[in-house]
Design a protein around this ligand. Structure first.
Ligand code: WTA
Length: 654
């Protein structure tokens, strides 16, 4: 079994502290009692069609009503069959139509300190103009639009603008390399790319457009490139006939361009994520079910009230940004904070400064960020008044109990419940989480499933395991937010998620359920590692290393990292050349160029050979132990060459 990402398994296994929600919180909460939760849970489990049919009618706008709630023919699923809705309409127009147009939808701050607030009415005008602009350059329903942009309001406008006309967005995190963008463009056959002439990061300007130009040289399906002028006075090469400034595109467009009625199952977006092979997969989500799931899970988990100022610190390049910065909170009519830059610029108190300044009430962030804040010291926190906060959330990896306690005491002033939310790109939204007014929390546990989620922990044979036995976490019933496939690769979709157990969705995580019915996530069952809450496949990094001319073979594993949860350790054998520090540096840069900075190995060890089983599989468990500095545990009798281990230990660069 692999180690828990970020968490210390020993701690998690012995953790027994219990934190009931404060009475003042419960009194005002949307869901107030365990009985209320259980009633919802049972209704969704026993009568999914009745439950979700009523939810969809109430919580989404329908241009045409659906005729059937659910078609489930494992692994194919359709929700709200025959209905027509539009995710952009649900997130924007619906609120304006209901007289809430003047409410702030986005409160944004750029890294240099520039600020903008967009009301729902403003957002409606902006998405109208942009959607019309997209259509004017030939984007049609079903076309894929790649988005490689900084965290600006335009990134949200871009996503919603696509949704408005039924174009399928594929957001690529702005830290990925030109190679990675090109791969995604080509896999998705994207027609248009949206970018900016730069982004601010720790006071420096990163020239995004240059990276995109490099990618476009290898992206034959791209016809147009729309460029936001984020940075003034920045020399930006524009290719005649292909590149268009954002401001020119929207200049003469109408402010009342209507949202197109779309089939419930029309693709809303693709988001690439790492699986157990070298090639990232484009997870496909559709319109109605996803939007409903994002909205309702947001409202339940974050106990949303009309006067909240909600801040999700995730980048829109990841699923958390999609579901909990855009589609969930905006559909719920929430006021969302959005911040462009680094948490430590100009100083390590930037987050606390923003919370104080904008009176943020709900903060949703990641354990890796929390661990960095702990390291930076309490002084940065103590300078600020954080009394506006009433609820804290965590996502991306298990939160280790130490970080949980610090978050609870230092940021939450012991009065804010913490919701540790477990979910995945594939699930579309949160699957397991405390309900803040109801669930007594245990540090390190994502507690219980939300209504509509039926988890089971099984062994290799698919038999459900008893309480406290660790096994594979599966989901036994379809839910509205589930992925509908892998873009362009039906076979891989079935193989990856439905081949082991044809009637259950395989999450890829290990978990156990404790005697109170609480779930504890125990890390992945596959070769996916979790670096700062970002999913990476070890094979993806290996492929990047092997594409360097000096490298014969590479084996990559995760190793514990105090801040990142998992760091990346690479074992490399060379074709030629000397194992020097220079080469180490070069290989790191090479991976950065192939994938992006987030995939750079933290450690590279040169070896004469990589240990393999007789059948030729890399012995990752062994390498993980070596990378973690542990003595080799377990059975090594299948090792091809015992001498290899001794050699690997010797060549410890640290
Ligand atoms: C891990 C991010 C423990 C898990 C939303 C999952 C977690 C993978 C938690 C999905 C959590 C996410 N506790 N582990 N609260 N949240 N994970 O697709 O291994 O980027 O399978 O989605 O992150 O990562 P993804």
């Amino acid at each position: 079994m692999s180690e828990s990402a970020g968490g210390n398994l020993d701690h998690v296994l012995t953790e027994s502290r219990l934190f009931p929600p404060p009475a003042e919180f419960t009194d005002q909460a949307v869901i107030k009692s365990q009985a209320q939760y259980e009633a919802l849970y049972e209704a969704a489990k026993n009568d999914p069609e009745g439950f979700w049919g009523a939810e969809a009618k109430e919580h989404l706008h329908w241009f045409e009503p659906f005729t059937k709630v659910l078609n489930w023919n494992s692994p194919n699923v359709e929700w709200f069959v025959g209905g027509k809705t539009n995710a952009c309409y649900n997130c924007v127009d619906r609120h304006v139509a209901a007289g809430r147009g003047d409410k702030a939808a986005l409160i944004w701050e750029g890294e240099p300190g520039d600020t903008r607030t967009l009301t729902f009415a403003d957002l409606q005008k902006e998405v109208s103009k942009f959607a019309a602009g997209l259509q004017s350059i030939g984007v049609q329903q079903g076309d894929v639009v790649s988005i490689y942009m900084p965290m600006t309001p335009e990134l949200v406008i871009a996503m919603l603008g696509c949704a408005r006309i039924g174009a399928v967005h594929s957001v690529v995190f702005a830290g990925f390399s030109a190679e990675a963008i090109a791969d995604r463009n080509n896999d998705a056959k994207a027609k248009v790319v949206l970018t900016a002439n730069g982004l601010y990061r720790r006071g420096k300007v990163l020239p995004l457009k240059e990276t995109v130009d490099e990618a476009l040289a290898k992206s034959p399906t791209i016809e147009k490139c729309v460029v936001l002028q984020r940075i003034e006075d920045q020399e930006t090469p524009m290719v005649e006939g292909r590149d268009i400034w954002w401001h020119d595109l929207v200049a003469d467009q109408p402010e009342d361009f209507p949202a197109v009625p779309l089939d419930s199952e029309a693709s809303l977006f693709i988001l690439y994520t790492s699986g157990s092979t070298g090639k990232p997969k484009g997870i496909r989500h559709t319109t109605a079910g996803y939007n409903l799931w994002a909205k309702r899970t947001f409202e339940w988990v974050f106990d949303h009230r009309d006067n909240d100022v909600y801040w999700c610190t995730a980048d829109c390049g990841w699923i958390t940004g999609h579901s909990y910065l855009v589609y969930g909170p905006l559909a719920a009519g929430a006021t969302c904070m959005m911040y462009e830059g680094a948490p430590n610029h100009p100083a390590e108190d930037r987050f606390w400064d923003l919370i104080e300044k904008y009176k943020v009430t709900i903060l949703y962030t990641a354990p890796t960020a929390i661990r960095a804040f702990i390291k930076w010291g309490d002084d940065h926190v103590d300078k600020h008044d954080l009394s506006s906060l009433r609820l804290l959330g965590s996502v991306g990896e298990g939160i280790n109990p130490e970080a949980w306690m610090w978050y609870h005491e230092k940021i939450g002033g012991k009065r804010c419940p913490i919701v540790d939310t477990w979910w995945q790109t594939e699930t579309g939204g949160i699957m397991m989480s405390p309900l803040p007014g109801v669930t007594a929390t245990k540090p390190g546990s994502c507690t219980r499933p939300l209504p509509g989620v039926v988890p089971v922990v099984v062994d290799e044979a698919g038999t459900e395991l008893d309480v406290d036995q660790g096994g594979m976490l599966c989901i036994a019933q379809p839910w509205p937010g589930m992925l509908r496939g892998i873009w362009g690769d039906e076979e891989r979709y079935v193989e990856q998620y439905w081949s082991k157990f044809p009637d259950k969705y395989l999450t890829g995580d290990n978990a156990r359920r404790d005697p109170d019915g609480y779930y504890w996530i125990m890390g992945r069952i596959d070769d996916v590692i979790n670096v700062s809450g970002h999913r990476l496949s070890t094979i993806e990094v290996e492929s990047a290393l092997v594409s360097h001319p000096a490298v014969a073979e590479a084996a990559v594993v995760g190793r514990p990292d105090e801040i990142k949860g998992q760091g990346i350790a690479a074992f490399v054998t060379l074709k030629s050349g000397e194992p020097t520090d220079e080469l180490r540096k070069e290989l790191r840069l090479h991976v950065r160029k192939e994938i992006g900075a987030l995939a750079q190995p933290d450690e590279i060890r040169f070896a004469a050979a990589v240990p393999k089983t007789r059948s030729g599989k890399i012995m990752r468990r062994l390498l993980r132990d070596i990378a973690a500095g542990k003595e080799t545990a377990g059975d090594t009798s299948t090792l091809e060459d015992y001498a290899v281990i001794a050699k690997l230990r010797e060549n410890d660069e640290s």
